[in-house]
Design a protein. Structure first.
Length: 176
């Protein structure tokens, strides 16, 4: 029974790791993003980028700053764990809206093929993250398709002023 409980805990921690990745990307918290990878990790986004975790985090602002809005959603998560190493197939759907005019939306579905390692501090981290795109849909943002936020509803932000950080005290922003 102890082995089953440990497996459940490991998979739960890995699921949280992949969820936090999306938050780090959408909130532009590059220090948080870097903390999710081992020192020897590789991130492989195919033709867009392949390199070390440090190089990936240094590259991210050049991409994320081109978007007016992003949303990284995780759907299915499938993990295999053997001791202190693991692998995962992570299904994702992402939404990106350009800042440039005319605005466009890019919606894509795909998977991350991940390798993980439990580090000396007991935390799971990515050792290799590979993006596989299954489909991409690009379309112009049209006036009837993009509606204003209802009055009184706060807008999401990708910086330290997002309500995640100002309203919830248990979710600190690592990036200053």
């Amino acid at each position: 029974m102890d082995a089953k409980i440990q497996m459940w805990m490991d998979k739960s921690e890995l699921q949280e790791l992949v969820y936090i990745y999306g938050r780090a990307a959408d909130r532009h918290d590059y220090a948080l993003m870097r903390s999710l990878y081992t020192d020897d990790a590789i991130d492989d986004h195919g033709h867009m980028f392949k390199g070390s975790a440090d190089e990936y985090v240094a590259w991210l602002p050049s991409i994320l700053e081109t978007w007016d809005s992003t949303l990284h959603s995780v759907t299915n998560t499938i993990f295999a764990v053997e001791g202190d190493v693991g692998e995962g197939e992570i299904y994702k759907i992402t939404y990106h809206r350009t800042k440039s005019m005319p605005q466009e939306e890019v919606i894509s579905g795909g998977r991350y093929l991940d390798r993980y390692r439990r580090c000396a501090d007991g935390k799971w981290r990515f050792t290799y993250r590979r993006l596989v795109q299954d489909w991409t849909w690009k379309r112009p943002v049209t006036v009837p398709g993009l509606v204003p936020t209802p009055a009184g509803t706060p807008d999401a932000r990708s910086d330290a002023q997002d309500l995640l950080y100002t309203h919830l005290s248990m979710f600190p922003r690592l990036q200053k």
